[in-house]
Design a protein around this ligand. Structure first.
Ligand SMILES: [Zn+2]
Length: 422
């Protein structure tokens, strides 16, 4: 049993904003141990539920980390009153590289850094993502993710719920049998998802690298083990091969044709393109990346061309009926915390309706992570992952940059709402 002091200390660490409330509840608990804990009542001007619904003047009640009820605002005790803000599910980025960072030299770090330094940078990235409204993310992926995943799950270190692929299948993994063996190994090591490189990097032209048999082996073995697959593919042939093999999701797709987009929709393959943050971030930070691996002049030339290629591809993709377009940024060093830029770009530059883009970052993203019954929607029984933004993102999508309140798992990690009142 924890002592009272330990309980108060852990309450403080879990949520310093609510220390006074926690201490009060503990004192009360001494005299009335059977009394139920107080509910958190959030009243908002606008609620976007994550699956296409909008409610004006809404109340969301949170109990023990879960959403208890959602309804019209009514008179009564309110814990947080945000009449001028919009509440929505915590945002989800299905593709980041959470440990990537610019190190002491100011340049991107690839190797040779002490692990204690690397993990602290990863923790900073996790914190930055969370306070910018992202309560869940999938890292694709690194070994360090395992420790970060465990630390954030303990509830002390502020960061999004984290899923990881640990290490990828690529053209060096081997024969179909060796690929199956590799998939079994990363699943045993704790992978939530299997990353597969089926094509080259965009900096090397993006041509297909794995055969149909290799892709099939990876996706089939993962499915047998109850894991999803996330296939990196630029070349149209690689995207098509992944969809044909029954892989779960394709990322990038810069060279995909209309026929293959329609084929993905038909196969139910999730599609996670990155058009608004990734390449722009590399180009903005060219001096911090240049000279490392394929970050050379040719690589940067491919990326410059990639921006318009991606925009054209996305404009075609939003016209494909039934295509499951999910939000993912592929964020690396320099891009963490700016993840919402991908949603904003999709709406402002490619013309995706704001509601569709938000669904792609909430309920549909949750489905892509295999978590559709627990996160991504504001509804009774779902995890209390909620954010408030200053403005209505349906009318002005840049409101997603103005996150004033972040709750994850019922705990409040950010509340600057009072300072923004007009
Ligand atoms: Zn990636």
């Amino acid at each position: 049993m924890k002592t009272m002091a330990q309980k108060i200390a852990s309450g403080f660490l879990r949520n310093r904003f609510r220390l006074a409330q926690a201490a009060g509840a503990l004192l009360f608990a001494v005299t009335a141990p059977l009394m139920a804990q107080e509910l958190t009542v959030i009243r908002v001007g606008t609620l976007i539920d994550g699956k296409g619904g909008v409610l004006r003047s809404a109340t969301v009640v949170v109990d023990e980390g879960k959403i208890k009820s959602v309804g019209q605002a009514s008179a009564g005790r309110v814990t947080y009153d945000f009449p001028q803000f919009t509440l929505l599910p915590g945002l989800i980025d299905t593709h980041v590289h959470i440990d990537t960072h610019f190190g002491k030299s100011g340049r991107v770090v690839r190797e040779g850094e002490p692990p204690q330094e690397s993990i602290l940078y990863a923790a900073e990235n996790a914190y930055t993502m969370l306070i910018n409204g992202f309560t869940t993310t999938q890292s694709i992926g690194s070994r360090l993710d395992l420790d970060l995943r465990a630390a954030t799950a303990r509830g002390m270190l502020p960061g999004p719920r984290l899923l990881t692929s640990i290490a990828p299948v690529d053209e060096h993994t081997g024969t179909p049998d060796q690929i199956r063996q590799f998939v079994r190994k990363v699943v045993a090591d704790g992978a939530d998802v299997i990353k597969i490189f089926a094509s080259k990097s965009i900096r090397e032209g993006g041509g297909q690298t794995l055969t149909q048999a290799q892709i099939e082996a990876a996706c089939d073995e993962a499915k047998t083990l109850g894991r999803r697959t996330w296939v990196h593919a630029h070349a149209d042939s690689a995207v098509k091969a992944a969809a044909a093999a029954g892989c779960w999701s394709v990322t990038h797709g810069s060279q995909v044709t209309d026929a293959t987009l329609a084929f993905m929709a038909e196969r139910g393959t999730f599609f996670e393109p990155n058009i608004g943050l990734l390449l722009q971030n590399y180009i903005q930070n060219k001096d911090r990346y240049f000279g490392i691996g394929n970050f050379n002049e040719a690589g940067f030339a491919f990326m410059e061309k990639g921006i318009s290629l991606n925009l054209d591809m996305f404009k075609r993709a939003i016209r494909v009926k039934g295509l499951k377009l999910v939000m993912g940024t592929d964020a690396g060093a320099g891009a963490h915390g700016k993840n919402a830029q991908e949603i904003i770009y999709r709406v402002q530059n490619a013309g995706q309706p704001a509601m569709d883009a938000i669904i792609g970052a909430t309920s549909l993203a949750a489905e892509a992570l295999g978590m559709k019954d627990t996160i991504g929607i504001v509804a009774p029984g779902y995890e209390a992952d909620l954010i408030a933004v200053d403005g209505d993102p349906i009318k002005d999508v840049t409101a997603l940059r103005r996150v004033v309140f972040v709750m994850k798992d019922g705990h409040i990690y950010k509340n600057v709402a009072a300072g923004t009142r007009r």
